[in-house]
Write a protein that binds this ligand. Sequence first.
Ligand code: ADP
Length: 458
Amino acid sequence: MQIRTKIAIQFTIIIAAILIIFSLAIYYTSENFRKQEFYKRLTDRAVLTAGLLKELKITEKDKKKLREANKTFLTKLNAEKVLMFNEKNELVYASYEANSFLFSPDFLNQVRKQKYVENIDWENQVIGQMYEDEEKKSYVVVASASDKYGKDKLKNIRDTLVISFIIGILLTIFLGVIFAGQSLKPIADINEEITNITAYNLKQKLNTGNNKDEIAQLAINFNQMLERLERSFEFQKSFVSNASHELRTPLAAIKSEIQIALENNRTTDEYKIILRSLLIDNQRLIQLTNGLLQLAKSENRDNTLVMKPTRLDELLFKAQEEVLNQNSDYKILIDFDDIPDDDEWVSANGNEALLLTVFTNLLENACKYSQDHQAEAKIKFNDKHCIVAVKDNGIGIAASELGKIFEPFYRTPNASKYRGHGIGLSVCRRIIDMHQGKIDVISEEGKGSTFIVTLPHL
Ligand code: ADP
């Protein structure tokens, strides 16, 4: 069932329930009021009759007079009877002449006991009122009549309520459908807009309306999701094209080296030189593919990564060893800002292999981009974080480039004469992100750079 229909039905049921409750309340209150009012009129009639009879001493002549007076001065009620019974339950007065007046002795006795009784006898309402004269003789006055006028009025009210109820429900259904349709229209619009968005037009955004209500919030969130998707798609696209470009260059170099080697007959030594050169190119290619693999892996943020308490100072020394093994002319100094009292202050919960990659990259870059091929690493800490700063006095980075160097494949213009592919720092940033840390850089072109890794310690 459509939400629109559901809302319309629920809306109608609620309104119908409210209307029924109000109609019943109005009907029963009116009915009660009518009954009480009529009982009061009957009681007035009984009291009046009893009072007059008391004054007239109840002679047959007076009774007749009273009947005449009743007829003349009082508006007659429908099927009205006023009867008076003495102590022996014998009829002493009747408001009109008739042969028999039936009133059960039980009812009369009940009146004597309770002094006042209300009752309903078929169509008629009846009241019985006890009354005592000066000689302490007790009489019962019974007044009964049918409230035809009141009942007609009540029937009128009932019919009006039923008709109003039916009109009210029809109106509610009609308004409910319109109201539900209108409230859900923004969702229907969003639905339509979403169907038009494909992988090829992620730039298209949903209309966020007034930017305030829940539906606007939904559209805003959806747009943000589209932006994230778009960024991810863009990254994939540029990754593939950059990676293939980076791979093509050394492959083309290898190809041309082989072609030149094959052009003429060469001596064994010449072949050896060419093969050595090919080996270097090949090693670079392996390095590049390893970098690409790391980059792809770091993008894939699954929870299967093994994280365990890791000493960052030890990792830094390991990284130093690895870099120096590869490049014997590099120099790396490692120093503590302060000696930690507790090992935990220089330990983080992390993945050893990935953090080693970060430190190796930073140390290698520092040496690579400096004339003196020197790097200085410092370990600092505070009550929350362990900080590793890698400093060099190399070519530095222009202020305008600082924001870009962590993007995959980005290289600053002044670094073009150094070998590299612009992958290392983007891998570093992703790895540090995974460890809930941050990586910053302070640099001045021509003077040197300091890369600062901040990680939460244990
Ligand atoms: P690669 O060094 O292979 O080019 P990286 O991702 O490690 O790739 O570095 C990206 C770019 O950032 C480098 O090309 C260089 O322009 C700049 N860079 C990184 N480290 C330094 C540094 N220590 N000094 C100067 N520039 C640096």
